[in-house]
Design a protein around this ligand. Structure first.
Ligand SMILES: [Zn+2]
Length: 444
């Protein structure tokens, strides 16, 4: 496998023992890569800096910043980090390189850490790197996680005080937490807060079952305000001081006006969901979690869809992928998100439903409200999208132009091996998008 590439620039005079250590590191790296399918990709010749480039630079300074990150962490900030690390007296090294599939590390932060550790040959080392999306930090410590480096680095991504902070400030905070040694405590407190916010959102949807017959926008804002107060402290909503970021389904008439504001809130919710899933994956016990590789696939796909998301339907798709990843980690997988509008939250049961104008019934997963609406022969509140100049339920978009219409955000998948992540992985999301753009159907 990749031993040839990784050993070709090995310093001369390396002993057999060192070769054995390298093999161990490679095995560790491969173990870390298993399940993501990245092991195969790691073998391909890469772009970006090699392990030896990074290791040589780290011999001179504990902070290595790839040129592509120099805008985010300039030389003055690098010097400040070097000074900060020096005051801790800890063997901390910082490696900020963009990770991409096909690079020397297979785009995997854990593989990067293992290889760098091997290169440096230090018994004691605390390594701070970016994660594979460059959106959060990864902390790895040898020989044991005595300074709670892993949780310290992870906690940084959740701290409210760093919401708008740059990479330099985030790394500085990670160093600070590692030095304090209370990363786990901070991590637990922050993830509990995020989880609370995240689980509070579906509650917002349970109320407006009669939304289409309800009052005007004024009533809606009043209801929204009350609910906002009810979940005061849920910073994602309150911080932006806009009551329109709730996950309400709005009557069609105000759809367009609300869409932009809703989208911003949804994007934040989707990002938070990915972060939380990533953390859950990181902390999952591999031996006791048979669905770990599926969860990783879902995490990976969610990140890709978020990066390419062009509007509400894609952002909702990120939520569906996050839910799929959560299911893969759970002992009891549960249902996908509500078919009619995934923002309603996870479905509580499956039911058969006959789409308007069709003879055959389809089996879909529904939330409590939508289930009741169907039972009472009312229309459920559906996720509406703009398509070819019309506002229609998302599932009425031609399936070849929308992965979400084709899959019902998870409800219409054909079996246990048919997953949203697998479909994104085979390029279905991008192909549908291209077809959509080709037909001028974006509509926005
Ligand atoms: Zn629903």
């Amino acid at each position: 496998m990749s031993s040839e590439r990784l050993t070709c620039d090995r310093p001369s005079g390396t002993s057999r023992r060192s070769a054995a250590r390298l093999l161990t590191a490679l095995l560790m790296a491969c173990t870390a890569l298993l399940g993501t399918g990245a092991a195969a990709r790691a073998e391909t010749a890469g772009t970006g800096p090699t392990a030896s480039t990074i290791a040589e630079a780290l011999a001179d300074s504990p902070v290595y910043v790839d040129p592509s990150y120099e805008a985010a962490v300039n030389s003055a900030q690098q010097d400040a980090l070097v000074d900060q690390i020096a005051t801790t007296g800890l063997p901390i090294k910082v490696v900020l390189v963009p990770l991409k599939k096909g690079d020397a590390f297979g785009g995997n932060d854990r593989a990067l850490a293992s290889v760098i550790k091997e290169r440096l040959g230090q018994q004691q080392l605390i390594l701070i790197t970016t994660d594979k999306y460059g959106k959060s930090l990864t902390g790895t410590e040898w020989p044991t996680d005595a300074h709670q480096s892993r949780d310290a680095a992870a906690a940084v991504g959740f701290l409210k005080e760093l919401n708008d902070a740059g990479l330099a400030a985030r790394v500085g905070k990670a160093v600070e937490l590692i030095n304090t040694g209370n990363g786990t405590e901070v991590y637990k407190a922050e993830t509990a807060r995020i989880d609370k916010e995240y689980s509070a959102r579906p509650m917002l949807d349970e109320n407006p079952s009669g939304s289409s017959s309800g009052g005007g926008p004024g009533t809606w804002l009043a209801v929204a305000a009350v609910l906002i107060l009810a979940v005061a402290g849920t910073a994602l909503l309150v911080r932006r001081r806009s009551p329109r970021h709730t996950a309400f389904t709005f009557p069609d008439a105000v759809f367009a006006a609300e869409q932009a504001a809703d989208e911003a809130g949804l994007r934040r919710q989707a990002s938070a969901g990915i972060l939380a899933l990533g953390e859950a994956v990181e902390h999952a016990d591999g031996a006791a979690t048979p669905g770990l590789s599926r969860a990783l696939d879902a995490y990976d796909a969610a990140g890709r869809v978020l990066d390419a998301a062009q509007g509400m339907p894609d952002l909702v798709g990120v939520l569906a992928l996050v839910a799929e990843g959560r299911s893969a980690l759970a002992t009891d997988p549960g249902l996908p998100l509500c078919f009619f509008d995934p923002r309603h939250g996870r479905a509580v049961r499956r039911t058969s439903w006959r789409p308007l104008g069709r003879r055959e019934r389809v089996d879909v997963a529904v939330c409590e409200d939508c289930g009741q609406a169907l039972h009472a022969r009312r229309s459920p509140q559906v996720l509406a999208v703009r398509d070819q100049g019309r506002t229609i339920p998302y599932f009425e978009v031609a399936p070849e132009r929308s992965l979400w219409a084709a899959t019902g955000y998870g409800s219409l998948l054909s079996g246990p091996d048919d997953t949203l992540a697998a479909r994104v992985g085979t390029g279905e999301f991008s192909r549908a998008r291209q077809r959509s753009a080709g037909r001028g159907a974006a509509g926005e």
